[in-house]
Design a protein. Structure first.
Length: 296
């Protein structure tokens, strides 16, 4: 609080505040996110290994269900790093790794990288805009209402949530969106084809508890902590107002670092694992800027 007061007393200009903010951010950008890369492949390998381990008996189905649910809850964020070119920018040596992580990490979530990236970029451009933000439909008056809404948005005929992404790909009408839409359709055909094939072969329960149900739980968890919680109540727009810093009873790890989501929206190329440190270094500047800080 003393540092915040000092900033206010010094009456720093907008230019000075921005310069200090950018200086702090620059120290945290450009770091290779080895943790996210390892996370991607270790998580995917664990989920894939569950299938033979459960089907042939070493791992009981109930335990496989718990692990698979955790795998799917955790699979999105490495792809999120790739969506922002944090692993490697276009034209650089490790670009292939950036794209590989982006594509394979969300396989358990049944979400194609192209669709995820294009819709997420639109979210950053139009955060909290009722018509332009693809994730605006996640808004809800309370936590339980957000969880229930996530479930409703996945029902047949729903036009919100992840169901909205396909429509957005058609509305964009760009080569990238058209390609992403086709790949997204292939993902869906492959997913339901696999489930049907497993059921036909006598493994319906395994398919349901290692993929179908964990996917729904994972989607709800991801939408809650990556969208609803950091943007609630979805009313304000603008660089310093469309998200917030907040404290969760579950802590930073179980909320996947989203307590510091405000840093990500301000500087999307700061790796996820460095956002807490960047936040605490930048906190006084953010408060002077009028950023909403709830409990941190």
């Amino acid at each position: 609080m003393a540092e915040i007061a000092a900033l206010r007393e010094a009456e720093l200009s907008e230019a000075d505040l921005l310069a200090r903010e950018r200086e702090i951010a620059a120290r945290h950008m450009g770091h290779f996110p080895w943790g996210s890369v390892v996370w991607c492949f270790a998580n995917l390998a664990c989920w894939l290994a569950l299938w033979p381990l459960v089907i042939f008996g070493p791992v009981p189905l109930w335990l496989g269900f718990v692990i698979a649910t955790l795998n799917i809850m955790l699979c999105y964020l490495p792809s999120h790093e790739a969506q922002h070119d944090i692993i490697a920018r276009p034209g650089t040596k490790w670009r292939w790794l950036n794209e590989l992580v982006g594509h394979v990490s969300t396989i358990p979530l049944n979400l194609s990288y192209g669709v995820a990236k294009l819709t997420h970029m639109e979210h950053h451009k139009h955060a909290n805009h009722p018509d332009k933000d693809p994730d605006y439909s996640n808004h809800a008056p309370s936590a339980w209402a957000a969880i229930w809404k996530s479930f409703l948005n996945r029902q047949p005929g729903a036009t919100a949530g992840f169901n909205r992404y396909g429509e957005l790909m058609q509305e964009m009408k760009t080569p990238q969106s058209e390609r992403a839409l086709v790949i997204g359709i292939v993902y869906q055909i492959g997913f339901y084809g696999f489930l049907i094939g497993m059921a036909w072969s006598g493994f319906a329960l395994e398919a349901a508890l290692l993929w179908w149900l964990p996917q729904h739980i994972g989607l709800t968890y991801i939408q809650f902590y990556l969208s609803w919680a950091p943007h609630h109540p979805f009313k304000r727009q603008g660089r310093y107002h469309d998200t917030r810093a907040w404290r969760s009873k579950l802590g930073n790890i179980l909320t996947m670092g989203m307590q510091y989501h405000v840093v990500h929206h301000l500087y999307p190329r700061i790796p996820l694992m460095r956002t807490p440190l960047a936040y605490w270094e930048m906190r006084s500047v953010l408060e002077a800027r009028g950023v909403r800080i709830d409990g941190l």
